[in-house]
Write a protein that binds this ligand. Structure first.
Ligand code: NIG
Ligand code: FE
Length: 374
């Protein structure tokens, strides 16, 4: 039962509370109904194409080689800076529409391809504009600590002092920052440098999350947990014994099997240890032009099952309840419970396993939504 876009009662129709008789009933024909899906980690606002790097990797170059030689994130930074606002928005909406066609109602979108204060803020502004145009809620994340632009000559600290931190203050003052993220990796920022960014986020009262342990073990995940991070993301190189530290901080582990797949990684995230420690597991597309050019959350769910051995139910929790927690939206999105927003997906299916099993096409029957897009 819903009222004004909120779920007010859940149960069997025989037990409907008094006063429900006057409400409009919708017969969903016995179809599977889930909370509308949540893509909790994307870089979907960007321009350009990196398929040439895909070819280079297939010929033997590594992601790190390409990044160090000026490709990778830097290639997308150049394309994104060069695109007009209209073009950047139009290119991004194509990916948003792919997600919406699969029942997605909430999308997290990171900056990180601007790398100047003005261009990082522009990315977040365009990300926010999406929710005026489509029936989705957008959560925006400040990820200026994604790569060091060429003109800083590898001086990460100078970049943090002159762009990441002052830009964060400015973007937060403009109400554009829901969360702060960083890329903690040998080719990006050290844990000590990430700490400086997180200290500023804490001063501003903005929650944090971190790209951690994707390509090597930098001990970023535990650092993020010490700041009460909402999530740590990737985690292929997380030491299994560190799972309990994430559990006690209530930090969600966001699994990104699309990046694992595209980079042809072989080291699996320690899913068993995370599960045993009681860490909530979320699943996301990591939609980006380099490591995960994927705008299908259902495909990411399939990969989480086939590559990381999640059960289909875990994959569904990973794109609903756990994904909501990873965005600070627990209780509001991602569950069918009293008090939650009435954002639902109705599927031409009868069992959650069917959602994660199939690749290609969308089994979405309809969204039940209170959101409006133009
Ligand atoms: O999540 N790890 C860092 N950021 C992205 C990749 C961005 C890119 O290569 O453009 C990721 O994998
Ligand atoms: Fe990412």
């Amino acid at each position: 039962m819903t009222r004004a876009g909120q779920i007010t009662w859940v149960g069997q129709s025989a037990r409907l509370p008094a006063g429900a008789e006057g409400l409009e009933a919708v017969d969903l024909g016995g179809r599977l109904v889930t909370p509308a899906l949540i893509d909790c980690h994307t870089h979907l606002v960007h321009a350009g194409d990196r398929s040439a790097e895909f070819e280079m990797r297939l010929l033997g170059a590594s992601y790190e080689d390409i990044a160090r030689s000026g490709g990778g994130i830097h290639a997308t930074v150049l394309a994104t800076r060069a695109a007009s606002d209209e073009d950047l928005l139009a290119q991004s909406l194509v990916r948003v529409d792919d997600l919406i066609a699969e029942g997605v109602a909430v999308i997290e979108i990171k900056s990180g391809y601007g790398l100047t204060i003005g261009n990082e803020i522009r990315m977040l502004r365009i990300a926010r504009e999406i929710q005026n145009l489509r029936p989705v809620k957008v959560i925006t994340t400040w990820l200026a600590a994604h790569a060091v632009p060429k003109d800083f000559d590898g001086d990460q600290d100078a970049f943090i002092d002159s762009v990441v931190i002052p830009g964060l203050r400015l973007a937060a003052a403009q109400g554009l920052v829901d969360m702060v993220d960083g890329f903690c990796e040998t080719i990006a920022f050290s844990p000590a440098q990430i700490s400086r960014v997180f200290d500023e986020a804490r001063r501003l009262g903005v929650p944090v999350k971190l790209h951690a342990e994707q390509l090597s073990d930098q001990k970023g995940a535990l650092l993020a947990a010490s700041y009460g991070a909402l999530s740590v993301d990737h985690l292929e190189h997380l030491a299994p014994e560190e799972a309990s530290g994430l559990a006690s901080a209530g930090t969600v582990a966001v699994l990104l099997p699309g990046a694992y797949y595209m980079l042809r990684e072989t080291r699996l995230p320690p899913v068993g240890a995370l599960r045993a420690a009681g860490v909530e597991l979320a699943v996301s597309t990591d939609c980006n032009p380099g490591t995960s050019p994927i705008s299908s959350l259902l495909t990411a769910m399939n990969m989480a099952c086939t590559l990381f051995r999640l059960t289909p139910e875990e994959a569904l929790v990973g794109t609903t309840r756990a994904a909501a927690r990873a965005l600070g939206l627990a209780g509001e999105f991602g569950t069918i419970d009293r008090g939650a927003r009435a954002e639902l997906a109705v599927w031409n299916l009868t069992h959650p396993a069917q959602l994660a099993c199939r690749i290609g096409g969308s089994p979405l029957n309809r969204r039940i939504t209170d959101m409006r897009g133009r």
